[in-house]
Design a protein around this ligand. Structure first.
Ligand code: PGA
Ligand code: ZN
Length: 420
């Protein structure tokens, strides 16, 4: 049973408001959690409630969301037994009553869902990853493989190049510690290279990726391969690449505006196919836009056995969209972002659907992050194949990597290899 909820507006890694929620249980155990926020958001995401007061934070204030936690949400939960995460989340969904959490706010609801999880974990004297694991009846057997942003464009870097993120994957590292050290060597090599080539200092995008004025996607991949080699690794064997195309954000009527070229879906598929042939890419996220349902199965077929077809904006961690993608063969991997759907229980349903379909799962942070580390525990507790947190240069990201290091020390679990 919940004794009290409190919430306050805090600032995320972009200096924009988000919320922090504190949940106190009847027996005085407490949990605090901070809620992240995206920029390259999918249209079907749970609604982030913002104040819309142009005089504060350009309308992005979160005082209303915080007030909903202490007001209507606390009222709805008062005197309820709520002995499990599922009971709490079901009560939250009912209290909101909308399909997209627009009444109370996905941010307010998720803050309560997460803070409750922390309070319960502390009451049960277990680490948070163990609580998450037990919540879904899982026994963690591995740590997630790292997928770490090297270069950024799109909405995370002022749109200097349309493709949003090129990531490096230490595919053969058997520990988080080893993977981080390898990626750090590649990142340093990339920074040196960019200084030489673009005469650019280390200007970074929202998630810490380097963001020089690349001529296009191929320039990003070329430079990434060079950085892997200069860092002392063999591209495609020791370190592979992943890309988040985030194509919804450059979709135009009838196709895709990729730099100066307007591509119809066929040419977009050819383009992605060419990237996967020419570069050591093992995962392609949002290669097509979130509404391009007819062409996603074609993309998956073209990439089958070569690279994962990973859905982010397409799926929005939303069980009904995931079911549609399974039925149509649109993807073979889920990007799981809890705040896209708004409660842990619904995110767990998304996970189960993806697992039952034989998909891979990447647990992901948002571009607007906080110093909270629950994401690392979630990725371990839910046995994600991969974790995507951003680069290794900013503390809101490093907090999660550092938490993974702690979990690694505590559990001694190995990192899942690739292919797995
Ligand atoms: P977002 O981007 O957090 O800005 O939505 C991350 C992603 O697209 O994967
Ligand atoms: Zn994405």
């Amino acid at each position: 049973m919940i004794k009290a909820l409190s919430a306050q507006e805090i600032l995320d890694s972009r200096g924009r408001p988000t919320i922090e929620v504190r949940c106190e249980l009847m027996d005085d155990f407490t949990g605090i959690a901070q809620v992240p926020s995206g920029a390259s958001t999918g249209g079907a995401e749970a609604v982030e409630l913002r104040d819309a007061d142009p005089a504060r934070y350009r309308g992005l204030g979160c005082r209303k969301a915080a007030a909903n936690v202490t007001g209507p949400i606390m009222e709805a939960l008062r005197h309820r037994a709520l002995s499990s995460q599922q009971e709490l989340d079901t009560a939250l969904i009912e209290a909101d009553g909308t399909g997209n959490k627009s009444r109370l706010g996905g941010n307010a609801i998720l803050g309560v869902s997460l803070a409750f999880a922390r309070a319960m974990a502390s009451r049960e004297h277990k680490p948070l990853y163990q609580y998450f694991a037990e919540m879904i009846g899982n026994t963690p057997s591995h740590l997630p493989r790292l997928t770490i942003n090297l270069f950024s464009g799109g909405k995370h870097a002022g749109g200097q190049v349309p493709v949003q993120d090129v990531l490096v994957i230490p595919a053969m590292a058997s520990t988080i510690e080893q993977g981080l050290a390898q990626v750090a060597a590649v990142y340093e090599a990339a920074a040196d290279h960019i200084l030489a080539r673009y005469q650019m200092r280390r200007l970074t995008a929202d998630e810490g990726g380097l963001a020089p004025p690349f001529a296009g996607a191929r320039a990003m991949f070329d430079d990434a391969v060079k950085a892997i080699t200069s860092g002392g690794f063999e591209p495609g064997r020791e370190i592979s690449l992943a890309v988040d195309v985030a194509a919804s954000h450059f979709a135009v009527a009838g196709g895709y505006q990729l730099g100066n070229a307007t591509l119809n879906a066929d040419r977009m598929l050819d383009t992605i196919d060419g990237w996967v042939s020419d570069y050591p890419l093992i995962s392609v996220e949002d290669g097509l836009s979130e509404e391009d349902w007819p062409n996603w199965p074609r993309l998956r077929q073209r990439l089958d056995g070569r690279a994962l077809t990973l859905g982010d904006d397409l799926l929005c961690t939303n069980p009904s969209r995931i079911r549609r993608a399974i039925d149509t063969g649109a993807c073979d991997a889920l990007l799981l972002k809890v705040n896209q759907i708004g409660t842990l229980t619904e995110a767990a349903l998304a996970l189960h659907l993806a697992r039952d379909a034989g998909w891979k799962v990447t647990v992901s942070a948002r571009s607007g992050e906080t110093e909270d580390t629950w994401l690392a525990d979630l990725a371990v507790g839910w046995s994600a194949d991969q974790i995507k947190v951003g680069s290794i240069t900013q503390s809101e990201r490093l907090a999660k990597y550092n938490r993974l290091l702690t979990i690694e020390r505590e559990t001694g679990l190995p990192v899942v290899g690739w292919p797995n």
